[in-house]
Design a protein around this ligand. Structure first.
Ligand code: NPG
Length: 377
């Protein structure tokens, strides 16, 4: 369902932008690199009716997508925030339209939209989940496991997460670290819900290797090929028994329409940051629900701000597969919200407070801040 009841407009007075560097509990390795610190931008919308918080999920370098900290900071400061501040009175539903002239930079747009939306909903006392159309009060929690030293270490890491109660395991793969790791996990834990994520590390030349994964009865293989390889993904999908799920390729509702029309994917990972915001996320959810395409909520190693919003999104009815909405302690010893997401019986609760439903811990926020700027109209 499209947003049933729009939020009231806010009177926008300014934005505060911060770069945070938050240590991870352990290194996180994907096909594109290893991170030990999460660098992220936190946006605060300053309005006449109170503040709102958003998260710009770019990382330190443009390895997952073309977006990264300095690029997002620059475009937000130079173009996006001035365009929004020019409006003064602004409905959250109008944010995307105001920002449409600026090409790309979807993570920056998504973070600013969330900040405005959070301010508007807090002012009205409405939870984000209710606003987006959530139908559950908690969501099943999957975990994304980075590439380990060797397959035995991968089995150990997965065992730890299963013991904690995670209901679905996703392992990262890359060429040379695919079949053996997947086989080891499948062998060690039998029929657990298991999927793999390649983060664009393969080409069609690897089609025979990727077809070997069919032996492991995976829920899906996520983004095996490059972001703009929709036709190649369709070719691969015809060859594989394992469902192909797209992440990086789905940058908008239009990209989702095209991918489905081409047969490039039969499952979609929805990440609000990658597609420019939670409202576009609802549109992709609605599209897929209408076409019987399962979706799940991806993660970008969010702080408590984005994690709370993701839990709300993942509670929409079309999110029929467990998402990467894990407990905060999967990544962080210390979060920037007062009540970080916790895993309870394999689930994470959808916050019920106004807006994103979590409060910021101002001391933690300051402790992790390495750059801070405030812009007022
Ligand atoms: O649970 O938040 C999480 C992480 C899920 O693996 C995950 N995210 O490729 O989807 C991804 C990956 C990622 C994280 C990509 C951070 C880019 C930045």
């Amino acid at each position: 369902m499209p947003i049933a009841r729009p939020a009231a407009p806010v009177t926008l007075e300014g934005f505060e932008l911060r770069v945070l560097q938050i240590p991870l509990v352990s290194p996180f390795t994907t096909s594109f690199g290893t991170e030990t610190v999460r660098e992220v931008i936190i946006a605060r919308a300053l309005t006449a009716d109170g503040d709102g918080w958003g998260e710009i999920v770019t990382g330190a370098s443009p390895l997952y997508s073309s977006e990264y900290t300095q690029g997002a900071w620059d475009v937000a400061m130079r173009w996006l925030m001035p365009a929004l501040l020019d409006r003064h009175t602004l409905a959250p539903e109008a944010v995307a339209e105001v920002l449409t002239p600026f090409v790309g930079h979807r993570m920056a747009k998504a973070g600013l939209e969330l900040a405005v939306l959070d301010a508007a909903l807090r002012a009205q006392g409405r939870p984000l989940g209710e606003y987006l159309g959530a139908v559950h009060d908690r969501v099943p929690s999957g975990v994304s496991v980075g590439i380990q030293r060797d397959p035995a270490a991968m089995v150990d890491a997965v065992r730890g997460y299963l013991d904690e109660g995670y209901v679905r395991i996703k392992i990262k793969i890359k060429p040379g670290r695919d079949i053996a790791d997947t086989a080891a996990v499948r062998h060690a834990f039998g029929g657990i819900p298991l999927q793999v994520d390649a983060n664009s590390a393969y080409t069609l030349a690897d089609i025979d290797t990727l077809a070997e994964l069919d032996r492991f009865d995976l829920l899906l293989i996520e983004q095996p090929l490059q972001e703009d390889d929709l036709v190649d993904h369709a070719t691969l999908a015809r060859r594989l028994k394992t469902p192909v799920c797209l992440d990086e390729s789905i940058v908008s509702e239009k990209a989702a329409v095209d991918a489905l029309a081409l047969g490039a994917a039969s499952i979609i990972n929805i990440k609000a940051g990658r597609i420019g915001g939670y409202l576009e996320a609802v549109r992709i959810h609605d599209l897929c629900e209408g076409e019987g395409i399962p979706v799940w909520c991806g993660g970008m190693v969010e702080t408590g701000i984005g994690r709370a919003a993701n839990a709300a999104l993942a509670a929409l009815p079309g999110f029929t597969l467990p998402g990467d909405v894990s407990g905060s302690n999967r990544f962080y010893v210390r979060d920037i919200v007062t009540e970080p997401a916790v895993l309870e019986d394999g689930h994470v609760r959808v916050p019920t407070g106004p807006g994103i439903g979590v409060e910021i811990d101002p001391v933690a926020l300051d402790d992790f801040t390495v750059l801070l700027e405030t812009v007022r109209r």
